[in-house]
Design a protein around this ligand. Structure first.
Ligand SMILES: NC(=O)c1ccc[n+]([C@@H]2O[C@H](COP(=O)([O-])OP(=O)(O)OC[C@H]3O[C@@H](n4cnc5c(N)ncnc54)[C@H](OP(=O)(O)O)[C@@H]3O)[C@@H](O)[C@H]2O)c1
Length: 336
């Protein structure tokens, strides 16, 4: 497979609160330890030729420069116009006091004049080196602070004011943290990126976000089967082996991964599946507009939620923290 068919006109669109359209599915670009920046950027090239218009980037994925090169190639070839793309980027935790500088660097690497959506990747400035061991801890890490977060968010609001970001967004948030910061925002987040897959549906957070007009974007939509071993635990559930997913896959004669994406799109979140393989990313895109799941299949998947968080974030814990649960405010208050 190397010929491209452009499916962009078939992909469903969602609408942000200001009326801006955003594609109902995008391409993730985090290659984990498995795929290098060249493989990921070539996938971005092929994915855009196939009709993807939303590309989820981040400085910490260490491939924005290479993605910028393929965007230029696509613009030079006349394959797509800048305004038809929806490009996101994210500030990494060690840049929270220098957000304009970090955003300018991402924009320059991507070869753009602005990004469509700029995220605070994590809600605290706790830094760990990319690829570090899951048990490593930074002694400078601190619990969530509303003041520190709002200082970072004010810098994000400034990005909108000066035209570097069309919209701004948050990621890896919880309801207690959102309760604390949303009333303080001059510019509300257009979207919240959160872990969402059939075995981790986060119904309460999902409903909270939707009821406030914020668009949920779901990461690890297939359950991140290729994540590094250091991010796996014995209790992790494999989404593609869930009974409801396997049953729908058999009924539709599709890979279970594609069923996970159909569920996501039909539920209303924007999934951002990662793939460097053309047959995979094309079938993932087609999942958004072909052969929908029945109400019964949707209900069976909803009933199969296993509350299985995969990205636990333990490397961001501060000295004195009990465990990864502290990052997620499980008792309904911000953990200090
Ligand atoms: N905001 C955040 O903090 C955050 C955190 C994590 C991720 N993200 C974003 O979310 C994106 C997606 O998450 P993810 O990459 O961890 O996981 P994912 O999209 O759930 O899983 C990707 C893997 O699924 C397999 N796959 C994809 N399509 C398939 C298909 N049609 N059939 C069979 N297998 C298929 C591939 O495995 P093989 O390569 O082995 O075939 C691929 O590497 C990331 O790339 C990143 O952009 C954001």
């Amino acid at each position: 497979m190397s010929e491209y068919i452009d499916y962009s006109s078939k992909v469903p669109q969602r609408t942000l609160t200001d009326g801006t359209k955003i594609p109902g599915i995008g391409l993730g670009t985090f290659g984990s330890d498995k795929y290098g920046s060249e493989a990921v950027s070539e996938a971005v090239y092929g994915a855009i030729k196939s009709g993807y218009r939303l590309i989820d980037c981040a400085s910490v994925y260490m491939n924005e420069h290479e993605i910028g090169a393929v965007l230029k190639r696509l613009f030079d070839e006349g394959a797509v116009k800048r305004d038809d793309l929806f490009i996101t980027s994210k500030v990494w935790n060690d840049q929270h006091r220098h957000i304009e500088e970090a955003c300018r660097k991402s924009i320059s690497d991507l070869g753009l004049k602005n990004v469509d959506l700029y995220f605070l990747h994590w809600p605290f400035p706790n830094y760990h080196a990319p690829h570090c061991d899951g048990d490593s801890r930074n002694p400078d890490s601190k619990p969530f602070s509303v003041d520190e977060f709002m200082d970072s968010w004010r810098q994000c609001e400034h990005l909108v004011d000066i035209g570097l970001a069309k919209h701004i967004a948050m990621s890896n948030m919880t309801i207690p943290k959102l309760d604390a910061v949303l009333p303080l925002c001059r510019i509300k987040p257009a979207a919240i990126e959160m872990e969402l897959h059939p075995a981790f549906q986060q119904k309460e957070l999902f409903d909270y976000v939707v009821s406030r007009g914020i668009q949920p974007i779901g990461f690890c939509p297939i359950g991140s089967p290729s994540r590094p071993d250091r991010d796996k635990t014995p209790d992790d559930i494999s989404d593609v082996e869930q009974p409801s997913i396997k049953a729908a896959a058999a009924a539709h004669d599709l890979h279970p991964a594609v069923i996970c994406l159909k569920w996501a799109v039909q539920r209303g979140q924007i999934p951002i599946p990662f793939s460097v393989k053309q047959p995979q990313y094309v079938s993932n895109l087609k999942a958004s507009f072909e052969d929908p799941l029945t109400d019964k299949e949707m209900a069976a998947i909803e009933a199969d939620d296993r509350n299985c968080r995969l990205v636990k974030g333990q490397v961001f814990l501060w000295p004195g923290a009990h465990g990864w649960e502290d990052l997620w405010d499980l008792d309904g208050t911000i953990t200090e």
